[in-house]
Structure formats: structure tokens, C-alpha cells
Design a protein around this ligand. Sequence first.
Ligand code: LLP
Length: 465
Amino acid sequence: MVSTYPVKVQPSGYQYLSIVDVSPNQQLLPLSAKVIDHDFLEIGGCDVKTLVQQFGSPLYILDELTVRTACQQYRDAFNKYYKGHSQVLYASKAWNCLAVCAIVASEGLGIDVVSGGELYTALTAGMSPDKIYLHGNNKSHHELMFAVETGCTIVVDNWYELKTLVAILLEQDEQDQAKKIRIMLRLTPGIECHTHEYIRTGHLDSKFGFDPNDLPEVFSFVSQQSRLHCVGVHAHIGSQIFERQPHRDLAAVMVQWLREAKQYNLELAELNVGGGLGIKYTESDDPPSIEEWSRAICEVVQNVCAEENLPLPKLLCEPGRSLIATGGVTAYTIGSTKTIPDIRTYVTIDGGMSDNPRPITYQSVYRAVVANKMSAPLTETVTLAGKHCESGDILIKNVQLPKTEPGDVLVVMTTGAYNYSMASNYNRLPRPAAVLVANGEANLILQRETYQDIIRQDCLPERLK
Ligand code: LLP
């Protein structure tokens, strides 16, 4: 039997009938992916091989339809299942750039940023400060000042930060002394979930958030600060999670925090359950849909609030990966091949761990297709190697591909999250360009770095010249 790609792509001429029913995080390819003329992968109405000819290789390609659909599904699910107010925030660490921030803003989402750089990008893209939440476990003095000036909400992580913030406010000019700063408190909920240990954050031994045992002291301190308007609590338990129960448990624990706050005369009206919904990277991954995940959280918050006789808080969540990953693919050009008889064949592409550090960092597994041979039988099992001077720079082990040759365009799927945002210049490789595709149009959203960019920040002391 001849095997074919384990991904469903729309055949040529297929009309999208019910794309809104498809949860992007449960797909391997972007929602607009089609096969044209038997063999050619098209995304957003653009032929992938032509995109590579036009914009160069490697190339990040982002499908606008998939990203907008994910935004809409989160927004609509929270509106449908939650009786109080809600706000979905995009966790922009997954992919922060002007175009992505502008898309999520236009869909009515807010944004979670974790540094001055991400905050600056979100503001420049037009995101309203009242929809921006600044996270981070060691925000610098400068980042805190920047956040205070912009009026975004600061999610305070620890005592040091809380006290630094109070000191910053004291130093402000007299005319600013009447202004209140919106903060939330991040707490460690003590909830275990099954994911890679590097991306688990909710267990007690985590660097993030206040220890819940400190809650009385924290609430008491905050309630005495006239300049701080503490609006709620935040927690995040980890990333790439498939189970539904940990988030249900989290929501229930967090409602208890709201109840405790009342004893300190703090009326906390916002509850942010973080992000974490997983996505399908391989055929065997089976995450809940965006709607199922959202519904589970809305229901548990409503139920616990009813039991505790508490008013419904404004409910926030912060998806990153599940909102952007599936919309993104990375297109590479195949170059050299090395066959070691009876051992392995290495097929090498023109990128690697600098544009996608996830395999080497978390042993992440990806799937790939050859964009100009979509219907060719998958006769080869190869190891896809990157071009970096590092043996561990392997993108995918034992991937099934058709017979390839130099110049073929290889597409690695589900690379929209934590690829560009974690990319580096290792070996001084310029970072790839990125294009946004929709309705047959491709727009550059990140320029390809040049060799001039590579040395832009280098300084050569006079005596070395
Ligand atoms: N909120 C907070 C406070 C977070 O720390 C994160 C992710 C999110 C929301 C979004 O989580 P998501 O919905 O994307 O799972 N670089 C790693 C992932 C690190 C996640 C960091 N925090 C990776 O490539 O898998």
C-alpha cells in the first residue's frame, strides 16, 4: 500500500463550507490549505512554491483565515457560555509583531505582553492600553515605568515587584499622584498538569507568581496602597495541555481567591485563567477544541460563583499557541542529502534550529510535506536536518516524504507559535521573512534580515581597526 500524507487538504476548487466549525488547534495545516493541480500546496490562495520564489527561503507563512477563525472562536465561545463580561487576550509571546498584534486587535481581543519590547510592539500596532496586560517575573524598573506611563494593567508577580512599583509611584510628579494604576496579582495555584517540564508553570515549585500561602499578607498590603487599583487575580498552569480537568481545577481555586480578597475589602472583579490549550502537532495529538476548552472554564467559574454566592467576575483568558500555531507554516528549500547505508538518510534544509528552536529545546515533534509534490507517494523515511553547525540541529526524525531533490520546497506545519518569537541568529544566519496570506494576496509582515542587519549592532573598537 502506498502511504499518503496524514493531513487533510482541500482538493482543488473545493469551496469552504463550514470552516467556522473546524477548530484550528485540531488541524495540522492552515484552514485555507488546498492542493492545486494535483501536486501544489496553496495557502491563503497563494502557491507556496511561488511564495518562496518571490520572498526567498526559508519563509514563515501565516494564514490570516486561520488566525482570525481562532480569535473568533475564542471570543464567540466566551460570549456564548459566560453570562458575565469576558475578554480574550492573545498571549503574544507566541508570535509578537505589528501585523499579528493588529489582526488580534481588529478581532476585539486584548493582548498579554511580557516585556517592554512586546508592549512597545502592541502599542505601535494600535492595541488600546486598556486591553494590554503586562506579565513577567522580573520586570525591570524601566519596564514598570513604561507600563505606568501607558496605563496598561500590570500583572504583579512578586513582592520585589510590588514594592518597586509602589516606590515608582511615590517618585511620580504631584499631578500624577491622584492617578490609580491597574494591577492584577499573579499567584501559583499548585496545580500539576502533564506537559513538558520547561513549559509547566502552575505547580508550587515554579518561578512565577506569589506563593498562595502569602495571600493574606499580599492582599493586606495591596489594600493599603491608595495608588494601586487591584482588579483581580491571574494564574497560568502551563502550555500545550490536552486535559480539561487542570483548567477546571484552576478556575475553582481562583474563585476561592476572590472570596478571600473580600476579607481585605478588596473587590476583585477580574479573573484571568491564563492560556495553555494544546494543539495538534502530529496525527496522534487530540486536544479539545477551542469551544470545548472555553466552555469548560466558563461553566466552572459560573458554578463555583453560584455556590459561593459571589458575583461573576470579568473572565479573561490568554491563549497563545492555540490561537496562532496552526496558522503558521515554515517553507524551506531542500539542499544536500546524505545516505548512510542501513542507518539513515539525512535531507537538509536551508534553516533549522535558528528559525525553529523547539525540537532541540523541547524535543518537539513536527510534521512536514513537500509543497510541490503533494500527491506523490511517501516512499522515503528520512531525517530532516537543519544547516547549523550542531549535530542536534535535527528538525524532524524519521519523517515520511516522497522522493525529494534539491530545490523542492519542504513545508513544516504548525510553526506559527514560538518559532519566529524564539528565533535566533545562531551561526549568524539572518532571520527569515514572514508573509501574511489571504485571498490570493501575500503581504510581507517581517522583512528578511540581511548581512547588514547581522552586523548592525557590532562595534569595532578603534584599536582593532
Ligand atoms: N499566559 C502566560 C502567563 C504564559 O506564561 C503563557 C505561556 C501563556 C499565557 C500562553 O500559553 P499558551 O496558550 O501559548 O500555551 N516556548 C514554549 C512555550 C512557553 C509558554 C510560555 N508561557 C514552547 O515553545 O512550547
